[in-house]
Design a protein around this ligand. Structure first.
Ligand SMILES: [Zn+2]
Length: 372
């Protein structure tokens, strides 16, 4: 079993933009099999969102089943890296490379912790599609767990949740997200003859004004208020003397655990229909909100962090969606990982010292999970 820095480097070097499969999974499977994990790799889905590779690595032990969840896919590197995005390099105190913090470093840290600590039943649930549409990723892993009769008792997702320093933030929930497209049809015509045309713009504007006036909720102890943002308005009319045939808008709603995606879509449909009865509304719910109320699991992870770095983490529900939205349906789930400052950016980098401390924290989590 390689050291955490070497394993992180090997994972970064195996280029794995979403959807990931193949070599990067070979590297991890190799490292885990030498420390007693049985490896179950499976490929699901078709073009364009797949095929996606997923892996369940399982090491039976005594007591509860602790699952560690993560993803080996990364976002595209973009331009302007100081060294190659897939050529990991330690410069000064930092290890650079795409995926260093999101989240190959955390996966390597958990593997290194598992090499150090025997204990409860451990699994690593690793997908190659978290950054993408996530259709063939963690959902497929959950199906596979069910087929195999495996039921984790607690789950830690290794997303980069730390803010200023390692250990300062655990995520116990995330808001849900839905994107909505609104198309209002009209009838094209000459502006000099409006009686022969039907302008869709006033209808769309009225609908958007009504939507902008909606108050969904006022938030609660763990979440900020749910929020609707109008993110685009398009007419695309080049002419000064033409009434356009169509006007479109796009909305993005981030919502807390007081809302359900489907209900929000219905609310928008009703509101639009009042002002633009012929409008077409298309919605894509990318995830429901989830919350693991503060309790034994957040206390366990918080205690492990306290023991290693001496700080008490904040319990947060901010940020975008993550695969914890699926896993939290199985068992109590929290997210804890590296400092997120450089995630998805050029020159993504992790402090080598943080990687080593994260191994210590995950080892504490594994040890404490035995008595969960
Ligand atoms: Zn991630």
């Amino acid at each position: 079993m390689p050291q955490v820095v070497d394993l992180t480097k090997a994972l970064i070097a195996a280029e794995s933009v979403t959807p990931a499969r193949g070599q990067v999974f070979d590297v991890l499977a190799q490292a885990l099999s030498v420390i007693g994990f049985e490896i179950d790799r499976f490929i699901v889905g078709e073009e364009p969102d797949g095929p996606v590779e997923n892996m369940i690595a399982l090491r039976p032990g005594a007591g509860p089943h602790l699952a560690f969840a993560g993803h080996l896919d990364v976002v595209p590197p973009g331009e302007g890296w100081t060294s190659g995005a897939f050529e990991p390099e330690v410069r000064g105190e930092l290890l650079h490379g795409r995926g260093a913090v999101d989240m190959k470093g955390a996966i390597a840290a958990f593997a290194a912790a598992a090499a150090r600590v025997e204990g409860p039943t451990l699994s690593l649930l690793i997908t190659g599609d978290e950054e993408g549409p996530a259709i063939y990723g963690t959902r497929a892993i959950i199906d596979r767990l069910a087929e195999r009769g495996l039921n984790p008792n607690l789950c830690v997702v290794g997303e980069p949740t730390s803010d200023q320093r390692l250990g300062d933030t655990i995520k116990i929930g995330r808001r849900g997200s839905v994107n909505i497209w609104i198309d209002v049809p009209g009838k094209q015509g000459h502006v000099a003859y409006p009686q022969l045309a039907d302008n869709p713009i006033p209808k769309l504007v009225a609908a958007l004004a009504a939507i902008d006036g909606l108050v969904l909720d006022t938030g609660n102890d763990w979440f900020q208020p749910s929020n609707i943002e109008v993110t685009d308005v398009t007419v695309g009319n080049q002419a000064t003397n033409v009434i356009p045939a169509k006007a479109s808008a796009r909305l993005s709603i981030r919502f807390n655990d007081e809302q359900r995606g489907e209900d929000l879509v219905e609310l928008i449909e009703r509101t639009v229909a009042l002002h633009a009865p012929d409008a077409q509304v298309i919605a894509r719910i990318s995830g429901e909100a989830f919350l693991t109320e503060p309790g034994p699991l957040s206390a366990l992870v918080g205690g492990a962090i306290q023991a290693v770095v001496g700080i008490t983490p904040a319990l947060s529900t901010t940020g975008g969606t993550s695969d914890a939205r699926f896993l939290s349906q199985l068992c109590p789930t929290v997210e804890f990982g590296l400092v997120n400052a450089t995630m998805h950016k050029t020159d993504e980098a992790v402090a080598v010292a943080d990687l080593e401390m994260l191994v210590d924290i995950y080892a504490e989590v594994i040890g404490r999970a035995a008595s969960f």
